[in-house]
Design a protein. Structure first.
Ligand code: ADP
Ligand code: MG
Length: 258
């Protein structure tokens, strides 16, 4: 039986959970040679939400993502997950222990492994338990029938959905997606964006989606961080950013959407 005390404790817990961001980066900087590629970037992400890091090619989006993933190291700044420090300039949790799922445009499936083995790749446990988790995820991306197929018999869009299932299989706390749809043809892209969004929303994960396409950000984001020359120049809900761009450059950047 749940007592009133239990319920109040649960409520307090869930309030604390919504207050502590799943991912927080503070004052991240990265320089290559004499170029300040990431210049004092701060962001916080909540679980169950999609934040888009949106900006033109070369503005520092992928570099920011690589530091969060732990495959590149910042010159200064800190990264926190659920309020715990995972990386500053002296302390560093290795990439494989960050519980981060990755999806990149050219992040191919393993051609010599079946769909089942691809999706189960990062999983531990018994064969049956792994297959059950794979089945659950394939059902979500409507590819249950493909479990024993090999990647080469699947279309680009189907492979992309398998890659999503693979990234989500170990229940990552954070999903980092770097232009994941840019390799797909236009006809497929909208459908896959919507489906990806629906799947992501069911998982307890915070999503950071990198894109240079305003339209994609408007379609998928709960929150947009507009980046230019290594800095975040504006952040907010898509509607607000679209209707009140911070300056002329932001107006021009959004003007391609019709
Ligand atoms: P975006 O993902 O927004 O297109 P990137 O983060 O990939 O931008 O790159 C930002 C800038 O940093 C680019 O000019 C790129 O050439 C440069 N850059 C990225 N990685 C390196 C590196 N390892 N060494 C030198 N320059 C780099
Ligand atoms: Mg990039």
């Amino acid at each position: 039986m749940e007592t009133l005390g239990d319920r109040m404790r649960l409520q307090v817990q869930s309030q604390t959970n919504t207050l502590t961001p799943r991912l927080e980066i503070r004052n991240l900087r990265r320089r290559f040679g004499n170029r300040q590629v990431v210049d004092d970037v701060s962001l916080s992400l909540q679980s169950g939400k999609v934040t888009c890091l949106l900006g033109p090619s070369g503005c520092g989006k992928s570099t920011t993502l690589r530091m969060i993933a732990g495959v590149d190291m910042q010159d200064s700044g800190e990264i926190y997950v659920d309020g715990n420090l995972i990386c500053d300039t002296v302390f560093r949790v290795p990439p494989e222990r960050r519980q981060i799922g990755l999806m990149f445009q050219d992040f191919a499936l393993f051609p010599h492994l079946s769909v089942c083995d691809n999706v189960a790749f990062g999983l531990k446990g018994s064969k049956d338990a792994k297959r059950a988790r794979v089945q659950e995820l394939l059902a979500k991306v409507n590819l249950g029938w493909a479990i024993d197929k090999f990647p080469h018999v699947l279309s680009g869009g189907e492979q992309q959905r398998i890659a999503l299932a693979r990234a989500l299989a170990p229940r990552p706390r954070i999903m980092l997606m770097d232009e994941p749809f840019s390799g797909l043809d236009n006809r497929l892209r909208d459908g896959i964006r919507d489906e990806t969004l629906a799947v992501l929303k069911e998982e307890d994960t915070a999503v950071l989606l990198v894109t240079h396409e305003p339209e994609e950000a408007m379609r998928m984001a709960d929150d947009i961080a507009l980046m230019r020359n290594g800095r975040i120049v504006q952040q907010g809900a898509p509607y607000n950013i679209y209707n009140a761009p911070v300056d002329k450059q932001a107006v021009a950047f959004f003007s391609d959407i019709n």
